[in-house]
Design a protein around this ligand. Structure first.
Ligand SMILES: CCCCCCCCCCCCCCCC(=O)SCCNC(=O)CCNC(=O)[C@H](O)C(C)(C)COP(=O)(O)OP(=O)(O)OC[C@H]1O[C@@H](n2cnc3c(N)ncnc32)[C@H](O)[C@@H]1OP(=O)(O)O
Length: 140
Protein backbone atom coordinates (compact mmCIF):
# COMPACT_ATOMS: atom_id res chain seq x y z
CA UNK A 1 0.00 0.00 0.00
CA UNK A 2 1.33 3.42 -0.86
CA UNK A 3 1.77 5.71 2.09
CA UNK A 4 1.70 9.00 0.21
CA UNK A 5 -0.08 11.36 2.59
CA UNK A 6 -1.37 13.41 -0.33
CA UNK A 7 -3.31 10.51 -1.89
CA UNK A 8 -6.44 9.60 0.01
CA UNK A 9 -6.95 5.81 0.39
CA UNK A 10 -10.32 5.98 -1.37
CA UNK A 11 -8.48 7.36 -4.41
CA UNK A 12 -6.24 4.27 -4.18
CA UNK A 13 -9.24 1.94 -4.16
CA UNK A 14 -8.97 0.94 -0.50
CA UNK A 15 -12.15 0.07 1.34
CA UNK A 16 -13.16 1.71 4.58
CA UNK A 17 -13.53 -1.02 7.19
CA UNK A 18 -14.52 1.02 10.25
CA UNK A 19 -15.77 4.60 10.52
CA UNK A 20 -16.45 6.11 13.92
CA UNK A 21 -16.24 9.29 15.97
CA UNK A 22 -14.10 9.34 19.14
CA UNK A 23 -15.79 10.70 22.25
CA UNK A 24 -14.41 12.68 25.22
CA UNK A 25 -14.27 9.42 27.24
CA UNK A 26 -11.71 8.11 24.68
CA UNK A 27 -9.20 10.90 25.41
CA UNK A 28 -5.93 10.62 27.30
CA UNK A 29 -4.55 13.01 29.91
CA UNK A 30 -3.40 15.42 27.18
CA UNK A 31 -6.91 15.70 25.77
CA UNK A 32 -5.99 13.77 22.59
CA UNK A 33 -7.52 10.40 21.72
CA UNK A 34 -5.86 7.52 23.57
CA UNK A 35 -3.61 5.45 21.29
CA UNK A 36 -4.96 2.21 22.73
CA UNK A 37 -8.48 3.20 21.65
CA UNK A 38 -7.29 3.73 18.07
CA UNK A 39 -5.24 0.52 18.15
CA UNK A 40 -8.21 -1.54 19.34
CA UNK A 41 -10.29 -0.28 16.41
CA UNK A 42 -7.45 -1.11 14.03
CA UNK A 43 -7.29 -4.61 15.54
CA UNK A 44 -11.01 -5.08 14.87
CA UNK A 45 -10.58 -3.76 11.30
CA UNK A 46 -7.71 -6.19 10.71
CA UNK A 47 -9.91 -8.95 12.16
CA UNK A 48 -12.77 -8.11 9.81
CA UNK A 49 -10.59 -8.18 6.67
CA UNK A 50 -8.73 -11.31 7.80
CA UNK A 51 -11.91 -13.15 8.85
CA UNK A 52 -13.38 -12.51 5.40
CA UNK A 53 -10.23 -13.86 3.74
CA UNK A 54 -9.98 -16.79 6.20
CA UNK A 55 -13.71 -17.50 5.93
CA UNK A 56 -13.92 -17.81 9.69
CA UNK A 57 -12.35 -17.11 13.04
CA UNK A 58 -8.99 -15.34 13.35
CA UNK A 59 -6.69 -14.14 16.14
CA UNK A 60 -4.06 -11.40 16.19
CA UNK A 61 -0.55 -12.84 16.58
CA UNK A 62 1.58 -9.74 15.90
CA UNK A 63 1.41 -6.05 15.13
CA UNK A 64 4.32 -4.76 13.04
CA UNK A 65 5.45 -1.26 12.21
CA UNK A 66 2.68 0.48 14.11
CA UNK A 67 3.11 4.22 13.84
CA UNK A 68 1.10 7.03 15.38
CA UNK A 69 1.75 9.87 12.94
CA UNK A 70 -0.49 12.63 14.26
CA UNK A 71 -2.77 13.09 17.27
CA UNK A 72 -6.50 12.45 16.91
CA UNK A 73 -8.85 15.05 18.39
CA UNK A 74 -12.31 14.83 19.88
CA UNK A 75 -14.65 15.81 17.03
CA UNK A 76 -12.60 14.10 14.29
CA UNK A 77 -14.34 11.58 12.03
CA UNK A 78 -12.04 8.55 12.02
CA UNK A 79 -11.90 6.02 9.18
CA UNK A 80 -9.77 2.89 9.03
CA UNK A 81 -8.82 1.66 5.56
CA UNK A 82 -7.01 -1.55 4.80
CA UNK A 83 -6.20 -4.45 2.59
CA UNK A 84 -4.79 -7.94 2.81
CA UNK A 85 -1.18 -7.70 1.66
CA UNK A 86 -0.02 -11.25 2.26
CA UNK A 87 -1.29 -14.74 2.94
CA UNK A 88 0.85 -17.50 4.43
CA UNK A 89 -0.09 -21.06 5.34
CA UNK A 90 -2.17 -20.06 8.38
CA UNK A 91 -1.46 -16.33 8.64
CA UNK A 92 -2.86 -13.27 6.90
CA UNK A 93 -1.07 -9.94 6.82
CA UNK A 94 -3.30 -6.86 6.82
CA UNK A 95 -2.01 -3.36 6.27
CA UNK A 96 -4.11 -0.55 7.72
CA UNK A 97 -4.18 3.23 7.58
CA UNK A 98 -6.29 5.44 9.81
CA UNK A 99 -7.40 8.80 8.42
CA UNK A 100 -9.40 11.59 10.01
CA UNK A 101 -11.64 14.29 8.64
CA UNK A 102 -11.16 17.35 10.83
CA UNK A 103 -13.22 20.52 11.14
CA UNK A 104 -12.17 21.55 14.63
CA UNK A 105 -8.83 22.45 16.17
CA UNK A 106 -7.64 20.84 19.39
CA UNK A 107 -9.28 23.68 21.38
CA UNK A 108 -12.62 22.97 19.66
CA UNK A 109 -12.64 26.10 17.45
CA UNK A 110 -13.78 25.68 13.84
CA UNK A 111 -11.23 25.40 11.02
CA UNK A 112 -11.24 24.60 7.31
CA UNK A 113 -12.01 20.93 6.69
CA UNK A 114 -8.87 18.80 6.50
CA UNK A 115 -8.15 15.15 5.81
CA UNK A 116 -5.00 13.47 7.13
CA UNK A 117 -3.44 10.11 7.81
CA UNK A 118 -2.94 9.61 11.56
CA UNK A 119 -1.73 6.01 11.95
CA UNK A 120 -0.51 3.06 9.93
CA UNK A 121 0.36 -0.49 10.84
CA UNK A 122 0.58 -4.06 9.69
CA UNK A 123 -1.34 -6.71 11.60
CA UNK A 124 -0.58 -10.42 11.37
CA UNK A 125 -3.71 -12.48 11.92
CA UNK A 126 -3.87 -16.27 12.19
CA UNK A 127 -6.83 -18.33 11.01
CA UNK A 128 -7.91 -20.50 13.95
CA UNK A 129 -10.26 -23.42 14.40
CA UNK A 130 -12.91 -23.98 17.08
CA UNK A 131 -10.19 -24.94 19.58
CA UNK A 132 -8.11 -21.83 18.83
CA UNK A 133 -5.45 -23.80 16.90
CA UNK A 134 -3.99 -22.43 13.65
CA UNK A 135 -5.77 -23.71 10.53
CA UNK A 136 -4.80 -23.44 6.87
CA UNK A 137 -6.17 -20.34 5.11
CA UNK A 138 -8.48 -21.54 2.33
CA UNK A 139 -7.82 -20.67 -1.31
CA UNK A 140 -9.24 -17.26 -2.28
C1 LIG B 1 -17.08 -14.83 6.75
C2 LIG B 1 -16.49 -13.85 7.75
C3 LIG B 1 -17.14 -12.53 7.91
C4 LIG B 1 -16.34 -11.58 8.78
C5 LIG B 1 -17.06 -11.15 9.98
C6 LIG B 1 -16.36 -11.44 11.26
C7 LIG B 1 -15.77 -10.25 11.79
C8 LIG B 1 -15.16 -10.51 13.10
C9 LIG B 1 -14.24 -9.47 13.42
C10 LIG B 1 -13.67 -9.67 14.75
C11 LIG B 1 -12.45 -8.94 14.84
C12 LIG B 1 -11.78 -9.16 16.13
C13 LIG B 1 -10.33 -9.30 15.95
C14 LIG B 1 -9.68 -9.29 17.26
C15 LIG B 1 -8.60 -10.28 17.29
C16 LIG B 1 -8.09 -10.44 18.67
O1 LIG B 1 -8.09 -9.58 19.48
S1 LIG B 1 -7.48 -11.97 19.08
C17 LIG B 1 -6.91 -11.75 20.75
C18 LIG B 1 -5.45 -11.49 20.81
N1 LIG B 1 -4.72 -12.59 20.27
C19 LIG B 1 -4.61 -13.77 20.93
O2 LIG B 1 -5.12 -13.97 22.01
C20 LIG B 1 -3.83 -14.83 20.21
C21 LIG B 1 -2.94 -15.59 21.19
N2 LIG B 1 -2.05 -16.44 20.44
C22 LIG B 1 -2.42 -17.69 20.08
O3 LIG B 1 -3.48 -18.19 20.44
C23 LIG B 1 -1.48 -18.46 19.21
O4 LIG B 1 -0.21 -17.85 19.24
C24 LIG B 1 -1.97 -18.50 17.72
C25 LIG B 1 -2.33 -17.09 17.20
C26 LIG B 1 -3.19 -19.39 17.61
C27 LIG B 1 -0.87 -19.04 16.85
O5 LIG B 1 -0.50 -20.28 17.39
P1 LIG B 1 1.00 -20.82 17.24
O6 LIG B 1 1.04 -22.20 17.74
O7 LIG B 1 1.89 -19.80 17.81
O8 LIG B 1 1.09 -20.87 15.66
P2 LIG B 1 2.34 -21.03 14.70
O9 LIG B 1 2.02 -22.26 13.91
O10 LIG B 1 3.67 -20.94 15.38
O11 LIG B 1 2.19 -19.74 13.78
C28 LIG B 1 1.02 -19.54 13.03
C29 LIG B 1 1.30 -18.51 11.99
O12 LIG B 1 1.55 -17.26 12.62
C30 LIG B 1 2.82 -16.76 12.21
N3 LIG B 1 3.42 -16.07 13.36
C31 LIG B 1 3.56 -16.58 14.60
N4 LIG B 1 4.15 -15.66 15.38
C32 LIG B 1 4.36 -14.57 14.61
C33 LIG B 1 4.95 -13.29 14.84
N5 LIG B 1 5.43 -12.94 16.05
N6 LIG B 1 5.01 -12.42 13.83
C34 LIG B 1 4.53 -12.75 12.61
N7 LIG B 1 3.95 -13.94 12.32
C35 LIG B 1 3.88 -14.83 13.32
C36 LIG B 1 3.61 -17.97 11.79
O13 LIG B 1 4.66 -17.62 10.90
C37 LIG B 1 2.53 -18.80 11.14
O14 LIG B 1 2.25 -18.29 9.85
P3 LIG B 1 2.14 -19.24 8.52
O15 LIG B 1 3.55 -19.53 8.12
O16 LIG B 1 1.39 -20.47 8.92
O17 LIG B 1 1.38 -18.43 7.54
Amino acid sequence: MATDDSVHPEARGLEVVIRTAPMPADANGNGDIFGGWILSHMDIAAGVLAAKRAQGRVATVAIDAMTFLKPVYIGDLLSIYGEVVGVGRTSIKVRLETWVERQRRRDGSLTARQSMRVTEGTFVMVAIDEEGRPRVVPEA
